[in-house]
Write a protein that binds this ligand. Structure first.
Ligand code: FEO
Length: 409
């Protein structure tokens, strides 16, 4: 081990011993322009406990930080809250070097860790309601299946009153500051919503269940420690994040239109501009996103922030533009809810793009306001007016939907 790195004290007994990944720019398809952190925590008690590990290439960083507090071979327990490799990649080597007495994971964590890795130790499965004493304090486990893997769980540390929330309430944001209250709030709001939209959104129902059940557990939580990004130590920050998750998970319609498209010779682009102008003309914010210049994770975030979408593509070899097939496949998997929208596009001779976009919108349960706008070669002034009018109609229907929603609340 060559690194000389220090653990960061979180409380008298708990240290951050994770890693900062300044340079990652693509996290399995998610654009991480601000990098990320892999948070791991060392709890010093009679049973010294490591909560989560890091991505495999950062193993030495984690061990160096642990070594700044205690000889790693003194660690008694390891808790794996989540089997995904950014948290478990370093686990096999950690088990080999530390030789812990026990490794804890959820029942699905036991299966998933064994299926992915040669863990090298029998895993002790723990369920919601189980607690283990580590000396003065105890660890309690909360299964959070499908937030966002079947194995996911959270761990609560009594005494320090820390909830280790694993991926939930986290974000991809690198930095040397440890706490949420030390960062620019607009950066936190963007990165947190981006993370929700790209990772958590398909499991919004599970989020709402968790938000309902957490208070019922009557835990005295004074800190959220997620596995990515800053830790929340102020009550107002924890309350803010819980409120944001409730809002994002409910997916109530938001007064914004996002127009997502690609173009070959600017026909679909001109249609997109007219649609946007139509929406704006009735007072609804609208944004054009050309997929030649933007990544899919930006789009997912803007879709989360929009109650209406319009999606456009020319026909290329009887198909969508590949960029549009990419983003529509991605969005379909994220299962955004309660959207209204329509498709549009240009064509030269066969014109399949709009019907293919409609298939995606139908799979996403988007309420389509028309059958799609499909125009041959370059749209005429009259055809562009139809696009503008469709933008007006989309925005007005969104306004009506939001008003109706407010009345129902
Ligand atoms: Fe950060 Fe689902 O792993």
């Amino acid at each position: 081990m060559q690194e000389y790195l220090k653990a960061v004290k979180v409380t008298d007994n708990t240290y951050w011993v994770g890693a900062i990944d300044w340079n990652i720019r693509n996290f399995h398809g998610y654009a991480t322009e601000r990098g990320t952190t892999y948070n791991a925590f060392l709890v010093m008690d009679e049973k010294i406990t490591l909560i989560d590990t890091v991505k495999a290439p950062f193993y030495d960083q984690m061990m160096a930080r642990i070594s700044s507090v205690v000889d790693p071979s003194k660690i008694d327990y390891i808790v794996s809250n989540h089997a995904e490799m950014d948290h478990s990649g370093a686990l096999p080597q950690a088990v080999r070097d530390i030789c812990p007495e026990k490794l804890f994971a959820s029942p699905m964590g036991e299966k998933n860790l064994n299926a992915q890795l040669e863990v090298g130790i029998e895993i002790t499965a723990v369920k919601t309601g189980d607690s283990i004493s580590i000396g003065k304090n105890s660890l309690s486990f909360i299964q959070t299946a499908m937030l966002h893997w079947p194995d996911s769980m959270m761990t609560y540390l009594s005494g320090d009153n820390i909830l280790f929330t694993q991926d939930a309430f986290g974000m991809h944001l690198s930095g040397t500051r440890l706490y949420y209250d030390e960062y620019d709030q607009s950066v936190l709001d963007w990165e947190s919503e981006k993370y929700f939209a790209n990772i958590i959104m398909p499991y919004s129902g599970k989020v709402l269940q968790l938000l309902k059940s957490l208070p019922e557990m009557k835990l005295d939580v004074r800190m959220f420690c997620p596995d990515h990004g800053p830790l929340m130590r102020r009550p107002e920050d924890m309350a803010k994040v819980l409120g944001q998750y409730a809002k994002w998970a409910r997916q109530y319609p938001v007064k914004r239109v996002t127009v997502i498209y690609d173009t070959m010779w600017h026909a679909s682009e001109r249609m997109a501009s007219s649609i946007c102008d139509g929406a704006r003309s009735v007072g609804v914010d609208a944004e054009e996103i050309c997929m030649r210049f933007h990544d899919r994770s930006y789009v997912a975030t803007m879709v989360s922030r929009s109650g209406a979408i319009a999606v456009g593509s020319p026909t290329l070899n009887n198909n969508l533009m590949p960029t549009m097939a990419d983003v529509m496949t991605y969005l379909r998997g994220l299962k955004p809810q309660h959207k209204i929208g329509f498709s549009f596009g240009s064509f030269g001779w066969s014109g399949e793009s709009v019907s293919q976009l409609n298939e995606y919108l139908a799979a996403m349960k988007v309420e389509m306001i028309n059958e799609g706008l499909l125009f041959k070669y370059s749209p005429t002034a009259e055809e562009l007016k139809q696009c503008f009018d469709a933008g007006v109609e989309l925005a007005n229907k969104l306004i009506a939907k939001i008003e109706n929603q407010e009345e129902c609340k």
